[in-house]
Design a protein around this ligand. Sequence first.
Ligand SMILES: Nc1nc2c(ncn2[C@@H]2O[C@H](COP(=O)(O)OP(=O)(O)OP(=O)(O)O)[C@@H](O)[C@H]2O)c(=O)[nH]1
Length: 298
Amino acid sequence: MNALTLPDIAAQASRQALPLEWVGMCGIALPVLFDGQRLAATVDAGVSLDDGNARGIHMSRLYLALEMLERESLSPDLLRQVLERFLESHEGLADSAYLKISADLMLKRPALISPLAGWKSYRVSINARLKNAMFHVELKTEVPYSSTCPCSAALSRQLIQQQFIDDFANRPLQHADILAWLGSTNGIVATPHSQRSQATLRVMLDDFLDEFPLIALINDAEAALATPVQTAVKRADEQAFALANGQNLMFCEDAARRLNLALKRSPGIRAFHARVVHAESLHAHDAVAETHFNWEAR
Ligand SMILES: Nc1nc2c(ncn2[C@@H]2O[C@H](COP(=O)(O)OP(=O)(O)OP(=O)(O)O)[C@@H](O)[C@H]2O)c(=O)[nH]1
């Protein structure tokens, strides 16, 4: 054998003629560009191996095609180009191409009242496929928020009413006394439980979008829930957060319905699936709700 001739096992015939649905690489480290940020992403890249007689695909060709993602900002068109490159480099072997990009997107968020701001990190992934010449792209993200139980709030109010009856029985009601009582611990003898909650959103995008509406999706979800977790917080911000929670008491069902309405109004989305998880402080288990729209059509 000539020293320059390298064995090419992938080019050999397969011992067992069998096509494969997905072959590729998972967890490739890649710095990608999105909305002016450089994100440390991990990428899964694959194709179908439709030629059952071929031993293997050419991993390096997929890997090298990913270089395009380093130079240009992520967009539907860029992902489609990468997937087309996957198929061109596997002509006769593969009919379908797949790409998944996962990263943490950092967004700077202002405080509710004070002139402060801080960063929030959102787990995002973009899942694209080119199959039967059809291009599909799905966005996934996770939005953390706070939820206060409406039932617990009602039960607490009832106890506060009972305390009021006990404390003011047979006494004339004086404005100043009531005001002082409202500011005392007796005026809030019971408090409703709240929980750190998370919405996981998956959306299928309309065809021919110029850019990924990821930030709009996160903003729309946070606006609908009205109680996103905060970054920089002074007492004035904490008080505003308490008010926001009190004005937006939510079971997990309420949160799912809010998201359903918001995502239907959000532009560029043709199908979605939302799952909310309220990490209960009443129980050691979670309260969970799911909702979707056009999702079976994916
Ligand atoms: N198909 C396949 N390749 C693997 C696997 N694990 C490692 N590789 C290696 O990935 C490397 C790159 O594969 P190719 O893209 O076919 O490399 P190449 O033959 O030099 O490149 P081309 O000339 O473009 O085909 C090879 O050295 C393979 O041995 C595997 O499970 N499947």
